[in-house]
Design a protein around this ligand. Structure first.
Ligand code: G6P
Length: 612
């Protein structure tokens, strides 16, 4: 949540900051601002998007080689110009940008107010800035030392960058539980919440560690210390990211690009891992801990949002194929309910960003209680990838649309391979079924291509339903989590209220909502419960509901009763979610576009939720 970016070097900072903020806008877009070191510190900030900031700045003076920028997702204080970052110290000497939450800010604020500090905003960030100012007045130490001491008094999460007007040759950055990457150029440094603002200038980066402080200077020096004052040797890594991956590539929206990328992202997730001819799945993380994983008492999966829907599919996969008991938990509930975890458990965390605060906290709990922790993550080098014992990247590339699409199918692909690998090791599948599953999985990218070709029909259906106020999504078995995901996609980006339900549960409540205005999307590709789901559709039709059915190619029975059918290619039941979700992604996309919604940056949401 919130994106931060900073530059120090010989170039003009402002264009670098603005471009960086545009790349980070997915992290929050309530307000944006920059601070530039000129004769003093010049701050420009504005409620709204980066474009609103640009309009506000207009042709005002933006020169300067040192600057910081911020795009906000409001936590403390409503989104307005005053609460926008950067924030200044009372004496105007310091400017700060911050991603995270200072939990003891109220207590610190009272102490500072008693010492005469006056605050302009309602933010926790301004409190931190004044705390540093207060200590700077008391200590005869360089700014980095003052910041270090200030951070020992702070409880919470932060990634911060600070400019000191009276020490203009350096930037100070620090992080705890919020990401910060430092790009190293020739006598210049870039800092950002992720690598996307950095990659076009340099590929050499350092991921700042938890509770570390970095100082970078105009003459090209960098020093990293821990908050308890231990000097660190920076670990410089080369970015594996191309600039094209961050562009829309001819699509109207990132979300649409990401939907269409799925044949290749799924193939990337399987590359070198799915070895059909050798009847083998090779996942490094599993091989390393094979004994503990194969003999685990149970698998607990923690996640949030769309990743939680992947986890639900994994429950079906692991239990059905590998016969291991699975529990799926919302990370936010798990972490606070004193769960029973033992060292015979495997705890899997699923996260696109690898930064979700609740998922991180759930993992920390699992680590403390001795479980083996396994991360399924997209963003390379992210916090979750680093705190788990083992893991697998999904290799979907940057996902920029706030509504997750390719990360979801990447996660499901990875989880399917995990389930198959464990099943093979535990001997729970017949050789022929195992081999059939491998072959079918290999064919999924081509089948997704075929599902994407249904786009014109889906667009037509979207036109019919774009003015609905509610929608119901129903599915059974493997398609129940897909119903939840379809409903989530619709509400996230088109603001239509939608609910996902197991089809058979409809009669215990949602059926009361059905009338001629209620679109009911039924995912009905299951062979195992085909008659039952056909009956559910009859029940909806009997109450005048309008049914959009996702069925298997060649289906006749349901096609005759549903108002609209979308025929997707046939596959083996455990793999259906990878196909059945595609039309639902497209349906929500088109409806949102037709309703003139901001598809890539839906209101109130953010892509990376680094607060509780
Ligand atoms: C936010 C995003 C969702 C995402 C969820 C979990 O709500 O908008 O798209 O599914 O966070 O994020 P994660 O990065 O942990 O998968």
């Amino acid at each position: 949540m919130c994106g931060i970016v900073a530059y120090i070097g010989k170039r003009e900072a402002y264009p670098i900051l603005i471009k960086g903020l545009q790349r980070l806008e997915y992290r929050g877009y309530d307000s944006a601002g920059v601070a530039l070191l000129q004769d003093g510190i010049e701050v420009y900030k504005k409620q709204g998007k980066v474009q609103d900031l640009l309009d506000h700045v207009g042709d005002r003076e933006t020169s300067g080689n040192v600057g910081i920028g911020h795009t906000r997702w409001a936590t403390h204080g409503k989104p307005n110009d005053i609460n926008a970052h950067p924030h200044l110290s009372g004496n105007g000497r310091l400017a700060i940008i911050h991603n995270g939450i200072i939990e003891n800010y109220a207590e610190l604020k009272t102490i500072l107010e008693n010492d005469g500090h006056v605050f302009q905003s309602e933010t926790d960030t301004e409190v931190l800035c004044h705390l540093i100012e207060e200590l700077q007045n008391q200590m005869d130490e360089p700014i980095e030392e003052v910041v270090r001491v200030a951070l020992t008094k702070v409880i919470g999460a932060y990634a911060i960058v600070i400019i000191d007007r009276d020490d203009p040759s350096k930037l100070i950055a620090a992080r705890k539980a919020s990401p910060l990457v430092i790009g190293i150029g020739k006598d210049e440094f870039f800092m950002a919440s992720d690598a996307s603002p950095i990659v076009e200038y340099t590929k050499n980066v350092v991921y700042l560690g938890d509770e570390e402080i970095a100082v970078v200077t105009l003459d090209g020096k960098m020093e990293i210390k821990t908050i308890d004052d231990q000097l660190q040797t920076p670990y410089i890594q080369e970015l594996d990211l191309e600039i094209e991956a961050l562009e829309k590539g001819g699509f109207d929206h990132y979300m649409l690009k990401e939907i269409y990328q799925q044949p290749s992202t799924i193939a990337d997730a399987m590359r070198g891992r799915l070895l059909t001819e050798q009847s083998l799945i090779r996942l490094g993380g599993i091989e390393e801990y094979a004994n503990r994983i194969v003999n685990a008492d149970r698998i607990i999966i923690v996640a949030c949002g769309t990743s939680w829907h992947s986890a639900l599919i994994a429950e079906y996969l692991f239990e059905d194929l590998a016969r291991v008991p699975v529990e799926v938990e919302y990370a936010s509930e798990f972490r606070y309910r004193n769960p029973v975890i033992t060292n015979k458990d495997v705890v899997i965390a699923i996260s696109q960003s690898g930064e979700t605060a609740d998922t991180m906290a759930a993992l920390e709990l699992a680590n403390q209680r001795g479980a083996l922790t396994y991360g399924i993550v997209n963003v390379v080098g992210s916090s979750i990838a680093r705190v788990t014992d083992a893991g697998s990247y999904i290799h979907a590339g940057p996902e920029i649309g706030v509504a997750s699409t390719k990360a979801f199918t990447g996660q499901v692909t990875l989880l399917t391979m995990m389930a198959l690998s464990i099943a093979n090791k535990r001997g729970t599948l017949s050789k022929s079924y195992y081999q059939q599953l491998l072959q079918e999985l290999e064919a999924i990218p081509d089948k997704i291509e075929a599902a994407l070709a249904l786009d014109p029909k889906i667009k037509y259906i979207a036109q019919e339903f774009k003015d609905s106020e509610n929608a119901l999504y129903l599915g059974r078995g493997y398609n129940f989590p897909v119903a939840l995901e379809g409903a989530l996609k619709l509400k996230e980006i088109s603001y239509i209220h939608a609910e996902g339900y197991p089809a058979a549960e409809m009669k215990h409540g949602p059926i009361a909502l059905i009338d001629e205005n209620m679109p009911v999307v039924v995912i009905a590709t299951n062979k195992s419960a085909y008659e039952k789901i056909a009956s559910n559709i009859q029940e909806v039709k009997a109450r005048k509901g309008r049914v959009i059915a996702v069925v298997t190619e060649g289906d006749r029975t349901i096609s005759e009763i549903a108002d609209y059918t979308i025929e997707i290619p046939e596959t083996i039941e455990p793999l259906t979610p990878l196909l059945s979700v595609i039309p639902l992604q497209l349906l929500s996309y088109h409806i949102a576009v037709m309703r003139d919604c901001d598809v890539d940056q839906p209101r109130n949401l953010a892509k990376s939720v680094t607060v509780e």
